[in-house]
Design a binder for this molecule. Structure first.
Ligand code: PNS
Length: 163
């Protein structure tokens, strides 16, 4: 049984994340999507961990070999806890590379049994990010197609609450 994890902050999940999860689910027997509970990026997440997990569950319900779990530990420890052999990350433009390269090297240093594999984003999603989605929505732009429907429906409410 080859199990992999697709980790991230997912604040919120985008169509680009979903594409990586779907492609990873086609390559391995089981995928656990690992949601970093206490994300440190950009002053904390907009959506709560419970909301971020619920969006991913809704967006991946057509994938029978995908489950979603929160984690608040080192990623390699989470991989060990769920019995995963491999960490799968999406790679977009070159700007991702340095950060991902550093994380992969540190994770290898922490536990060399866990491999990191990268799946290239398709051109359509190359420049898509959760922060860009939030910025577009904040200024009233449409994010339809950029995120799963469950997210595009929730975003305006969440942003008006946060204002
Ligand atoms: O959505 P992101 O920002 O690409 O996700 C980053 C994430 C959650 C994968 C990364 O921050 C992470 O692995 N956090 C867990 C803590 C950890 O293991 N840090 C050491 C590796 S650099």
């Amino acid at each position: 049984m080859k199990r992999g994890i697709v980790p991230g902050t997912f604040d919120p999940i985008t169509s680009g994340h979903l594409d990586i999860i779907e492609r990873a689910a086609g390559l391995l027997d089981e995928i656990v999507v690992g949601v970093a509970l206490s994300a440190e990026k950009g002053g904390g997440p907009l959506f709560s961990a419970r909301e971020r997990i619920a969006f991913i569950e809704a967006a991946t319900k057509h994938l029978s070999n995908v489950s979603v779990k929160g984690f608040d530990t080192l990623l390699v420890n989470f991989a060990d806890e769920v019995g995963a052999l491999v960490i799968i990350k999406g790679l977009r433009a070159m700007t991702d590379f340095e950060r991902e390269f550093q994380m992969a090297a540190l994770n290898w240093r922490l536990d060399s049994k866990v491999e990191t594999m990268f799946i290239m984003a398709i051109p359509e999603y190359m420049f898509l990010s959760s922060s860009a989605v939030k910025e577009i929505a904040r200024h009233g732009g449409s994010v339809k197609g950029l995120v799963p429907d469950v997210v595009s429906e929730a975003l305006p409410h969440k942003l008006s609450e946060a204002r």
